[in-house]
Design a protein. Structure first.
Length: 82
C-alpha cells in the first residue's frame, strides 16, 4: 500500500477523511476519523487479501481499498461506542 510507510500513512489519513464523510454522524471527529482511517487502510488490505480480491493497482485503487477498510473500522467503532 502506498510507497512505503509514509505513503501508507498519507493514504490512510485520506481514507479516514473520506470514510468520515461517508459515515455522516457515525464518525468520531476529524482526528479520530483520521487515526481510524490509518488502521482501516491496513484492515482493507487484509480483507481484500482474505477474500482473495487482487490488490488494486495505482493510487486510486489503493485509495478505494483503504476507504472500504476505513468505513468498516468506523462502522465497528460506532457500534462499540453505543
Amino acid at each position: 500500500m502506498g510507497n512505503g510507510l509514509i505513503g501508507s500513512i498519507i493514504l490512510g489519513i485520506l481514507a479516514g477523511y473520506i470514510a468520515g464523510r461517508i459515515m455522516k454522524g457515525g464518525g468520531f471527529g476529524c482526528l479520530w476519523n483520521l487515526v481510524l482511517g490509518i488502521v482501516g487502510s491496513f484492515v482493507g488490505g487484509f480483507l481484500f487479501g482474505l477474500l482473495k480480491i487482487a490488490e488494486p493497482g495505482g493510487f486510486i485503487g489503493q485509495l478505494v481499498m483503504a476507504v472500504v477498510g476505513a468505513v468498516i473500522v468506523l462502522w465497528l467503532a460506532a457500534k462499540l461506542k453505543k
